[in-house]
Design a protein around this ligand. Structure first.
Ligand code: GN1
Ligand code: MG
Length: 363
């Protein structure tokens, strides 16, 4: 077993000795390990935080602690018994009490309690999509009255104006020498054609017409855990919980769940927007989010559905032009394939805007 990892784990107040540590999950940012312990004590999840991306780890951990404690208190007040499967729990350090991360001089580490008998999926059927919609709506509703002030763990994370600027900077710098590829030019031209419309939310925010609320900001389908019967247990991957537009969470879920293929599938001709998944998710989401949604926020749910494949394409594409410094890649063209895929999804969603508007209005 990796001695360095054991030494790190030894800093945390675990309830039992460690038996085994192995890699876990498929996140593109942090490194994640499952920690099995001896006996009946809980197992754990160890993560190395990518602090090139989350530069203020103190703020990051403060946000997660505030969010999980707030949700835990609400669930407890509602009589929930199975708390450790319904909300993440950060494990504190043995010493330095209160601190929920360890800095080893080079990297930052944290530990959460592992949720047993839970399942994560990369695809969902309409039934699960409906549960997920309810759960993300409820997640936002529970955080609507959080007393702590949450900072932006990645400043302007879902700000389309910033993402568009970063792409233009990447194109101008052309660090990886990829601008000469004809396909790159074509993608850039298509993005530029839509970018003004896709920055509309930021303008509405400045005009005071659209609020920002505490959102999850990474509602990929695989960031939600289900029990064996398909009931939602808990929302995970809380690094990006911060103020944003609620349709961020709506759009980002559908970006992954309603695409007929994975976000990095090279089979671009198979990319399509699944209406059955959209309808089920929208129904579930509106049923629990209606307690706080303004009419404009509701009306803009289809806009969010369109914005997220677009923003993700812009982010993957900028990373491709920068020479793949942000997202983990498995082969040199990986970010270009992801970009193609997300642009194809964007086109598919664009052709369904009127239909989505009618559907959302009927809810
Ligand atoms: C990243 O960490 P992971 O894989 O859940 C990214 C998201 C992107 C996603 C694309 C902090 O999420 O914003 O939508 O990849 N997270 C960060 O798959 O940039
Ligand atoms: Mg994740």
């Amino acid at each position: 077993m990796n001695k360095d990892l054991l030494a790190i784990l030894d800093r945390f107040a675990l309830e039992a000795p460690v038996k085994e540590v192995k890699p876990l999950g498929s996140g593109l940012i942090n490194d994640t390990f499952k920690v099995n312990t001896e006996g009946t004590a809980p197992d754990y999840v160890l993560q190395r935080i990518n602090h090139a991306i989350f530069q203020d780890v103190d703020l990051l951990q403060h946000n997660i602690q505030a969010v999980t404690c707030h949700i835990r208190a609400k669930l407890q007040a509602a009589g929930e018994k199975d708390l450790d499967r319904k909300v993440l729990r950060l494990v504190p350090l043995k010493e330095d009490s209160g601190k929920t991360y360890f800095y080893d001089g080079a990297f930052y580490w944290r530990v959460t309690v592992f949720i047993p008998d839970a399942f994560v999926y990369d695809t969902v059927d309409p039934k699960y999509s409906n549960f997920a919609g309810q759960a993300f709506g409820q997640f936002e509703a529970m955080l609507a009255d959080i007393p702590d002030k949450l900072g932006e763990t990645i400043p302007d994370f879902h700000n389309m104006e910033l993402r568009a600027r970063q792409l233009e900077e990447a194109a101008a710098a052309d660090k990886a020498g990829r601008m000469k590829e004809p396909e790159v030019q074509a993608i850039l031209a298509e993005i530029r054609e839509h970018v003004h419309e896709m920055c509309k939310a930021e303008r509405l925010y400045r005009e005071g017409k659209l609020p920002k609320r505490i959102c999850h900001c990474d509602t990929k389908v695989n960031n939600m855990m289900f029990d064996a019967n398909g009931n939602v247990l808990c929302v995970i991957d809380l690094d990006t919980v911060m103020p944003s537009f609620v349709f961020s969470d709506f759009g980002d879920f559908l970006r992954t769940a309603a695409n007929t293929v994975a976000e990095d599938s090279p089979e671009i001709e198979k990319v399509a927007f699944r209406k059955d998944i959209f309808e089920a998710f929208a129904k579930g989401y509106v049923s629990s989010a209606k307690v706080f949604l303004t009419p404009l926020e509701k009306e803009m749910l289809p806009y969010g559905t369109l914005l997220f494949p677009f923003m993700q394409a812009v982010r993957f594409f900028a990373d491709y032009l920068n020479g793949d410094t942000y997202y983990k890649i498995k082969y040199p063209e990986h970010n270009l394939v992801r970009t193609r895929n997300q642009m194809a999804l964007f086109r598919s969603v664009l052709s369904d805007m009127d239909y989505m508007a009618q559907f959302v209005a009927s809810l």
